[in-house]
Design a protein around this ligand. Structure first.
Ligand code: PGA
Length: 256
């Protein structure tokens, strides 16, 4: 299976800055068959960047999208509008769940809207620190995974990507809050088993599972070498082109 290195720029960079960054990335990365490099800029930058991008090297993702195709939803952008502009869209990111109160129902509808519009959904899952402390991690993840995918038909289920991002490990500067690769490994094996039990082994092994949570050049290799981890979702470190490039290079080394 391919590895995916996804940079989530969140609400950073003007359109001009996004374009300069992309230019640098295009210059410095070579197409590599086994690695898909994806960047997720702000919505406002997606259309201009889609004209600049070389899809053999880099693909675009939206950071969120509304489940409805059109209509009276002020401030929203739909998968129908993003169709042809992006190849991927992130759904269920912890910031969307916790800061913008997106519900499981919103997320599952948006995941199926993405598939309907030929956009690959990257469904994020993750437990909070409190849920972890109370031993609820696996229940939370089971619920987020199964309900997030519940409107996807069995023929389409292989088109999704899962990203495990423990909320407590996102954007942390403290080493103590980084997820230990052994812990990530256990969770990812649990997710793979859950996919197997629900959709069968063939489909389960074709669904990429990414890890995200304070991934940096210094720890990318450790996460990428966990069996069953098929890539990384990178936030903070993806804002610095050199760091993101270093992570891509690490992925290439791990793959070859
Ligand atoms: P981080 O962000 O790498 O800054 O922790 C990851 C994410 O939120 O997707």
């Amino acid at each position: 299976m391919k590895s995916y290195i996804v940079g989530n720029w969140k609400m950073n960079f003007s359109v001009g800055e996004s374009s300069v960054y992309l230019h640098k990335l295009l210059q410095k990365t070579r197409a590599f068959r086994d690695i898909e490099v994806v960047v997720a800029p702000s919505t406002i930058a997606l259309q201009p960047l889609s004209l600049q991008i070389d899809r053999k090297k880099i693909r675009l993702a939206a950071q969120s999208a509304n489940a409805h195709d059109f209509g009276a939803y002020t401030g929203e952008v739909s998968c129908t509008q993003l169709r042809g502009i992006v190849d991927y869209c992130i759904f269920g990111h912890s910031e969307r769940r916790h800061l913008f109160h997106e519900t499981t129902k919103d997320i599952r509808a948006a995941v199926s809207a993405a598939i309907r519009n030929q956009i690959t959904p990257i469904l994020c899952l993750g437990e909070t620190a409190t849920e972890r402390t109370f031993g609820e991690t696996y229940d939370v993840l089971r619920d987020q995974l199964l309900s997030g995918l519940s409107e996807v038909s069995s023929e389409d289920i292989h088109k999704v990507i899962i990203a495990y991002e423990p909320v407590w490990a996102i954007s942390t500067t403290s080493e103590a809050h980084l997820a230990a690769p052994d812990d990530v490994s256990e969770v990812v094996q649990f997710l793979r088993q859950l996919l197997t039990d629900t959709y069968g082994k063939k489909i389960a092994t074709s669904i990429p599972i990414l890890y995200g949570g304070s991934v940096r050049p210094s720890n990318a290799g450790a996460y990428l070498t966990i069996p069953e981890v098929n890539g990384l979702l990178v936030g903070g470190a993806s804002l610095i082109a050199d760091q993101f490039i270093e992570i891509i290079e690490t992925a290439k080394r791990v793959k070859s």
